[in-house]
Design a binder for this molecule. Structure first.
Ligand code: C5P
Length: 245
């Protein structure tokens, strides 16, 4: 898996941070939680506020899943998926509009959000060999820089020594409503009860898988976003960060 371009961008950011004397205050923020709990929205805002890198780890699992579906492969077969990953190049890079995802040189940033990908990705992410490689790459990406990273196992496995760990939760109803609204705003057809069922199933698979299941790290701060605005959630996380640095 090649991540050279992303490293290059990170190197530039590191140089900038060095120039500004920011590296002495290196901070790693881990944001975990179930599907559609608002992790990426909040993480992007925190990253912008602190001028640090945002890494969306779910995008890596999604890119591999997208390729597997394109090639009509069996996402439940660990050996098939492991072989596929060996022949796959996934690059994350920082664009002025945010993180973009390149799969074998093709920009799939939008495609990996398709419902068919969302409904299959947790199968791919349940395989031990896939996780091992993804987690290795994610650790390298966060090496030596300030980052905010979101996913399911960031506080527990990817960045176990993160200075700040957040676990975002929200009711299934609220999360489905948010996705439904987003879909309608984008002009997509959307079925609220189907969304609720899909989210429930994905949570179930992510929480009950054998390898690094979705679980709150012992030292993570839980925030229930059900009745909170994005701004309020961001404010609470910034306060938690302030206490640490
Ligand atoms: O965060 P997002 O919803 O894009 O993640 C898609 C899927 O990727 C999750 O449902 C989960 O199965 C998997 N994932 C994971 N570990 C991560 C990030 C995502 O298992 N760190």
């Amino acid at each position: 898996m090649a991540i050279a371009k992303f490293f290059h961008t990170i190197k530039l950011i590191v140089e900038l941070q060095e120039e500004n004397g920011m590296l002495n205050n290196k901070i790693r923020i881990a944001i975990d939680g179930p599907a559609a709990a608002g992790k990426s929205t909040v993480a992007k805002k925190i990253a912008a506020k602190l001028s640090i890198v945002y890494i969306d780890t779910g995008a890596m699992y999604r890119a591999l899943t997208y390729k597997a579906l394109q090639e009509n492969m069996n996402v439940e077969d660990e050996d098939e998926m492991t072989m596929l990953l060996q022949q796959t190049e996934i690059r994350l890079f920082q664009h002025e509009d945010g993180q973009r995802v390149l799969l074998d040189e093709q920009d799939v940033t939008d495609e990996i959000r398709l419902e068919k990908v969302s409904n299959s990705v947790s199968h791919v992410a349940s395989h031990a060999k896939i996780r091992e490689r993804m987690v290795d790459e994610q650790k390298k990406l966060a090496n030596d820089i300030s980052v905010v990273m979101d996913g399911r196992d960031i506080g527990t496995h990817v960045l176990p020594n993160a200075e700040v760990k957040i676990f975002l939760i929200a009711s299934v109803e609220e999360r489905a409503e948010r996705r439904h609204k987003e879909n309608l705003e984008k002009g997509y057809t959307s079925d609220l009860s189907q969304l609720m069922e899909d989210i429930r199933q994905r949570d179930e698979r992510d929480t009950n898988r054998e390898v690094s299941p979705l679980v709150k790290a012992e030292d993570a701060i839980s925030i229930d976003t059900t009745s909170l605005s994005i701004e309020k959630v961001v404010e609470q996380i910034l306060q938690a960060i302030e206490k640490k640095v």
